[in-house]
Design a protein around this ligand. Structure first.
Ligand code: ZN
Length: 256
C-alpha cells in the first residue's frame, strides 16, 4: 500500500524541524531522495536524517549551487518560509486539495472509480436491506456462483452440473432468476402486488423500467425495489437450500 498512499501524504512546513528533507513530500516535485543521489547528499554535508530546516537558511538553499545545474527540477521548488509553527501533515485528495486525514477521505481517494452504472440506484438505496441487496448486486454483476460460473469445478471433479430444479441444464443467472418456471411464478405474483407493468419480464427490463425514477424516494418505487431485491434473495436461498440441503420451498412460502 505504501506506493499508493505515499503520494497523498503531504507535509506543510512550519519550523521544518520534523519534516525529512529527502524522504517527505514537502514540495511539488515530491521527495528529493527521488531526485538527488545519496552520494551527492552526503558529499554536500547532509545526512539521511536531515530535516527541511537543515537545508535552508534565511536567504536560500544550503545545498550546493551545482545541484541547480545537475538537478534542474530543483529550480522550480519554492523556498519554504520557516516559522515557529509545527510542521503539519495533510492528505491530498482526488481533486488535489490538502485536507485533514480521515479514513473516509483516504478510501475515496484511492478506491477504484468508474462511471455510474444504470442500476446503481436500483440496487443501492437508503432503505435497502443489506442481505438482499448484496445478493442482488452479485446478480446484476453476474457474479453469483451459479453452475455457469463454476465450470472449472465440473471439469476437475468430472461430476456433471445440472440445475437442481429442472435437471436439464446447468443453472445460470438468467435460467435461475427468469427462465425457470418457479422464478416466473414468483415474478408474476410480484407484478400483481406492485405498479411494475406486466411487460417487465427480466432483470434488464426491470432495471430499464425503474432506473429513470430510481432516484425518487416515492413509496411505490422504494417498495418495488425492496420487493425485487427480496425476491432475488429468496430465489437464491431456495436454490442453495435445494442444491445443498435438499430442502424445497413453495412459491407461497417465498411470497410470505
Ligand atoms: Zn433448471
Amino acid at each position: 500500500m505504501r506506493d499508493i498512499v505515499r503520494p497523498h501524504i503531504i507535509h506543510q512546513t512550519g519550523s521544518g524541524s520534523s519534516c525529512s528533507a529527502w524522504l517527505d513530500t514537502w514540495c511539488d516535485v515530491g521527495p528529493l531522495a527521488h531526485i538527488a543521489s545519496y552520494r551527492d547528499i552526503r558529499l554536500a554535508g547532509f545526512t539521511q536524517s536531515s530535516k527541511v530546516n537543515d537545508s535552508v537558511h534565511h536567504s536560500g538553499w544550503k545545498w550546493p549551487i551545482s545541484w541547480m545545474h545537475k538537478y534542474q527540477i530543483l529550480n522550480v521548488i519554492q523556498l519554504p518560509s520557516i516559522s515557529s509553527d509545527d510542521d503539519k501533515i495533510r492528505w491530498r485528495d482526488v481533486e488535489g486539495n490538502l485536507r485533514y486525514f480521515s479514513v473516509g477521505i483516504a478510501w475515496h481517494t484511492i478506491r477504484p472509480q468508474a462511471n455510474i452504472v444504470a442500476w446503481c440506484l436500483v440496487i443501492w438505496f437508503a432503505q435497502c436491506i443489506p442481505f438482499y441487496v448484496f445478493v442482488t448486486w452479485l446478480l446484476v454483476k453476474e457474479e453469483l456462483k451459479t453452475h455457469g460460473k463454476v465450470k472449472d469445478w465440473e471439469n476437475r471433479c468430472g461430476i456433471p452440473l445440472v440445475c437442481s430444479f429442472c435437471k436439464q441444464q446447468p443453472d445460470s443467472h438468467t435460467h435461475l432468476f427468469f427462465d425457470y418456471s418457479f422464478s416466473q411464478r414468483v415474478w408474476s405474483r410480484i407484478l400483481q402486488c406492485t405498479d411494475v407493468p406486466s411487460n417487465v419480464q427480466d432483470l434488464k427490463d426491470f432495471v430499464r423500467y425503474i432506473s429513470p425514477m430510481a432516484h425518487r424516494g416515492l413509496d411505490n418505487i422504494v417498495v418495488a425495489k425492496l420487493i425485487f431485491s427480496a425476491s432475488v434473495y429468496f430465489i437464491w436461498i431456495k436454490r442453495n437450500n435445494h442444491c445443498f440441503k435438499g430442502k424445497l420451498r413453495s412459491v407461497d412460502k417465498i411470497m410470505i
